[in-house]
Ligand binder design. Sequence first.
Ligand code: COA
Ligand code: NAP
Length: 274
Amino acid sequence: MDIQFDFTNRIVMVFGGTTGINFGIADAFARRGARVAVASRKQANVDAAVERLTASGGDARRFVADVRDFDSVTAAFAAVHMEWGEIDVLISGAAGNFLADVNSLSSNGFKVVVDIDLNGTFNVVRAAFAHLAPGASVVNITAPQATIPMRYQAHVCAAKAGVDQLTRVLALEWGARNIRVNAICPGPIAGTEGLERLTPTDDPGGSTAITTVPLGRLGTKDDIAALAMFLSSSAASYISGAVIPCDGGGAIDSVKTGIEEAGRSLAAAAQADS
Ligand code: COA
Ligand code: NAP
């Protein structure tokens, strides 16, 4: 990377930060000197994450907390504040997803995703505020479903649209305390649970998703971590209320693969006739 970030002794909390993209963000901050706390539901994930952060030289703390349980979230923030002081960087990225059309979704199936993604984000930021340092950076992790309607994704579309708007409202309300609030909208990221869950079973690597990316490749966890660090650095000190795609241009590619394929076969037929 041709930009060097230095987060020495900065306090970073990553909610949902024990696997995948969010762990990649936690790891990136830890490697640049930050003290990093990670939290999620499963003890095994929390333990494995802290073991990896510590092995790469970081000072890390672990919390088992479910974003749907406000008290467990509050307790995690209070413990970090008590031991390390006010939090400089908060990443909120816990999420759940599965493919289901609306008629296969029970009321509880819809609710569980909204509860984790949207209400969980509210719980995390609401509980965090009392523990944030003036000048803190908050970064929510959203998804393209927030703005692009997708079949089988009604729950995620509804929840992440809410995350985007919550991000903007927080930026309005917390700006006066010099707390910046932004969101990152990742495209398809290689080697993640999120991509795996939205990928056909005969394409385990997720390469079909590349057809929707103008830059022609899947994203990496490092791509997202770099943006999270930029947004939390002094270089971004005038950026707040932004929802920033990190998706190889996918968000502006409105061409649906099916239409593109139909267009290609029309062109091929026209060429054969000429
Ligand atoms: N299709 C339809 N409904 C489903 C489903 C599926 N594939 N998977 C779960 N549900 C429904 C369940 O049937 C249940 O509804 P019901 O009570 O009416 O039967 C509801 O969703 C809750 O399921 P449950 O397994 O109790 O939820 P949980 O809190 O244990 O787990 C999930 C939450 C379902 C989101 C789970 O997939 C998860 O933990 N995901 C985290 C990891 C992840 O999704 N990563 C990708 C992030 S983008
Ligand atoms: P992931 O590895 O499954 O990450 C989700 C994390 O959230 C896990 O660490 C999980 O740990 C935690 N979590 C889930 N439910 C929780 C809860 N109720 N309370 C606390 N923690 C909880 O998936 P990922 O693919 O890396 O996704 C990370 C983020 O990126 C998500 O916000 C997702 O929407 C977004 N995103 C991903 C992609 C992609 O291509 N992967 C694309 C766009 C957006 P536990 O199981 O231990 O709780």
